[in-house]
Design a protein. Sequence first.
Length: 212
Amino acid sequence: MSARDLVLLSVSVTIGAVASFVACRFVSSRCNDDDEKLTAVYPPLPDVNRSSDGVLPRNPFDTSKREGYISWDDYFMAIAFLSAQRSKDPNRQVGACLVSQDDIILGIGYNGFPRRCSDDKLPWAKKSKTGDPLETKYLYVVHAEVNAILNTNHASAEGQSGVSEVIYYTDKRVGNSDAAYIASNKLLALAGVKLRKHQPQMTQILVEFQEP
């Protein structure tokens, strides 16, 4: 196994995926029923272009840019959260966004069964009453991070050479004392791959489907 493969494997263990292939940055969000009010429809941006009565107060001759726009990290994390809402997993919804160093989205994904595999013919259970692992979801579900890689825009990804940073919103496995997680974090550190918890600048981003 090459050093690059080890790095990618360590990334996959750290963020709960089995990743291989090419990437620059992972933005990964995890939501489940145990988390505090995590939703995929995000903080309302203050509408700096409108006053309280809906009138546009901006000077039409003003050449300055708009203020209050979303940061790159919040933007990509919001996409990861939104992607998670496509997941049919009843216990945990995960979204991932693969981004280049130039802030170009290379791929997005969410956790679910492989393509062409019916969501109704495979189990979504976390545990089996008979102890049979084939009656649980774990042997079938593809992680969000892997799906983001599989959905990569290969033309945009051309020339990229490995994961440089993993940004996560929440991961209950971080700090896990299991040897595999300790080893994966050590490999990430040795390879110079940054692991960073997302610090949102906004509390939510509201997306409304309506004509302006």
